[in-house]
Write a protein that binds this ligand. Structure first.
Ligand SMILES: [Zn+2]
Length: 213
């Protein structure tokens, strides 16, 4: 941060607000610059330049940025790699079939964890920490295509392979009409929805609870 402020020059009044404005603008053009606030493993007042985006100071690239898709190839790759090429919502991997739908093939895309409008209302930045890997199905806000209904024989073929303990659990769910979730299931479901930076912090937190560190 100190170096960035020096680079801006001493003649810029209100240095820090000016710096924040510049960083926001760069992020809109695919520059990936997490700050110590986004990634708590960074020392205070530190930014990390992860990827250079489009050169917004060139008119040609500014135009392309407005016309092109929301996420550049490079941004897509970085987010997909970070998320292990799996949908952060349902966990499906690229090219895998959805559970109970043999022949279906998941396609991965990039979505927003918190909707952009909500972030804007809070004055928060929509940057890499808010982007996550989602399959096309979870990404769709309106589903105009319903999956094929299940076939009885396919369901029983799957059930036949379950171990006895799992069968007992399944029977219970079928009888009560709902899946009972353990505290552990719920904790994992909720933890999976945290941002990438929070995820890293959470791992350290659990390690500490276990006395690993
Ligand atoms: Zn999904």
């Amino acid at each position: 941060m100190r170096e960035l402020r020096l680079a801006l020059g001493p003649d810029v009044a209100d240095n820090s607000e000016h710096l924040n404005r510049r960083l926001r603008k760069l992020r809109e053009f695919d520059w990936i610059i997490p700050s110590y606030k986004d990634d708590r493993t960074l020392p205070q007042d530190t930014y990390r330049l992860e990827a250079k985006g489009r050169r917004l100071w060139l008119a040609t690239e500014r135009k392309r940025a407005n016309a092109g898709p929301k996420f550049s190839q490079r941004t897509r790759r970085i987010v997909l790699d970070r998320d292990g090429h799996r949908c952060k919502v349902c966990g499906v991997g690229a090219g895998e079939s959805y559970p109970g739908e043999p022949g279906s093939k998941a396609k991965l895309t990039i979505g927003h964890r918190v909707p952009q409008e909500r972030l804007r209302a809070r004055g928060a930045a929509d940057d890499i920490d808010n982007w996550r890997t989602e399959c096309a199905r979870c990404n769709e806000t309106v589903r105009n295509e319903l999956p094929d209904p299940e076939q009885y024989d396919e369901v029983t073929a799957e059930i036949k392979q379950l171990r006895k303990a799992d069968l007992t659990l399944l029977l219970n769910w079928l009888r009560t009409g709902e899946r009972s979730r353990s505290k552990l299931d719920r904790a994992y479901d909720r933890a999976r929805q945290l941002s990438h930076a929070e995820h890293a912090t959470l791992i350290a937190y659990v390690e500490k609870l276990l006395g690993y560190s």
